[in-house]
Design a protein around this ligand. Structure first.
Ligand code: ZN
Length: 149
């Protein structure tokens, strides 16, 4: 087992202390809320979509360092990507945080690789994936909050 210092790598800490794209998105076209009762993480995601492409993304909410860093990075990464590119990225990200495998196939995880250590802490997997489950719900413009439970 790696220790927590390895899990909370600098990139995660930076994003959790200074989250990107935090706040209501005036021009938003899609939104969804997510909740992780296991940890108490809450996130509301706003997307501005043009066709299938995300033009802008922002979030509101509060949670632990992992969930905050994850949603902060997601709002950066989502910009300019299509719905199907992001769903493919989520699939690969999901294997990363559950199995710790970077995998050769599929889209480039890029800086999402910092979440690899999460796989050693099963309790934290839902913190890391909450933003992504909420993203999927936002694509469908669901009005009810998604829960990781
Ligand atoms: Zn959490």
């Amino acid at each position: 087992m790696s220790d927590l210092r390895e899990l909370y790598q600098q990139v995660i800490l930076d994003h959790s202390k200074k989250p990107q794209n935090r706040g209501f998105l005036e021009a938003g076209t899609h939104t969804a809320e997510g909740f992780n009762p296991l940890c108490g993480d809450k996130v509301k995601l706003y997307l501005k979509m043009k066709g299938d492409t995300v033009e802008e993304a922002s979030f509101e909410g509060s949670g632990c360092a992992i969930s905050t860093a994850s949603v902060s990075m997601l709002t950066e990464i989502a910009r300019g990507k299509t719905k199907s590119e992001l769903i493919a990225l989520f699939d690969k990200f999901h294997s990363l945080v559950t199995e710790g495998q970077l995998g050769e196939e599929g889209p480039d995880l890029d800086k999402l690789e910092v979440f690899q250590g999460v796989s050693e802490f099963p309790m934290r997997v839902k913190c890391a994936t909450l933003a992504w489950h909420t993203l999927k719900a936002a694509f469908e413009n669901k009005n009810e909050a998604v829960s990781t439970e």
